[in-house]
Design a binder for this molecule. Sequence first.
Ligand SMILES: Nc1ncnc2c1ncn2[C@@H]1O[C@H](COP(=O)(O)OP(=O)(O)OP(=O)(O)O)[C@@H](O)[C@H]1O
Ligand SMILES: [Mg+2]
Length: 262
Amino acid sequence: MITAGIDIGSLAAKVAILDTTSMRIIGSACLPTGAAAQQAGLDALQSALQQADIDSGEIAATVATGYGRDILSLADWRVTEISCAARGAHLASSAVRTVIDIGGQDSKVIRVDADGFPVDFALNDRCAAGTGRFMEVMAGALGVTVEDLGELALSATSAAQMTRTCTVFAESEVVSLIARGLPPDEIAAGLCNATAMRVAALTSGLGTEPDVMLIGGVARNEAIAAAIGEALGVQLVVPEQPQIVVATGAAVIAGERRAVAS
Ligand SMILES: Nc1ncnc2c1ncn2[C@@H]1O[C@H](COP(=O)(O)OP(=O)(O)OP(=O)(O)O)[C@@H](O)[C@H]1O
Ligand SMILES: [Mg+2]
């Protein structure tokens, strides 16, 4: 059976097409959500179908997840990101017991059982600190792209101490550090550490049972991944495509539900 998982996040719409016989992803896509969330989901689906070289009629079941899941009318089922993240992480590695998802708008920590079902979770959805959006604003203040920020941070020999976590104040702090002549790589390292510390505190509050997997778009920032691993004292697992893990979990659940329904 071929299934689709569609994760409409606050910043990016992701699609994973799964072959449930081999349990392999045969197509995926990631596009900015923008103002037209449903259209972004449909465009990402089209792009993933093209990559998989299949027609939409070959999709046996679709699960939508993410903050925009309710507006996607073509979905057979809608499932929370917590369940999808747990199933997707379990498919990537069955040894995972703690999943950290750093997205654009919030960060989540999920405790997962040996079968890949969520048993507990913690959310930071009150403020942008420790999220992708925070890193985007700070990258803008530093004049680099968010994709380059991690590499810049890794090249630093020491890290600036960031005292502000609120996005607005942290942005002014970055501007004043630049004005004082602090090198951009040290500021980048300070920003990555600040985000990592917030996420590590959220994780420690829930308990850090290994293996610990880092997912979401921000997992692509290697400096943040390294700093979280160091703060928690664990070797973090980062899958090859961390941003599509939740969509992958949605595709896994689509297969399970279709099998039960038919
Ligand atoms: N190569 C990269 N390096 C660093 N950050 C990246 C990279 N690619 C994407 N990101 C960041 O990932 C974030 C988006 O991640 P993701 O797609 O997981 O969020 P989302 O699912 O839309 O958000 P949420 O789950 O909070 O609704 C963006 O803030 C973006 O800046
Ligand atoms: Mg997300």
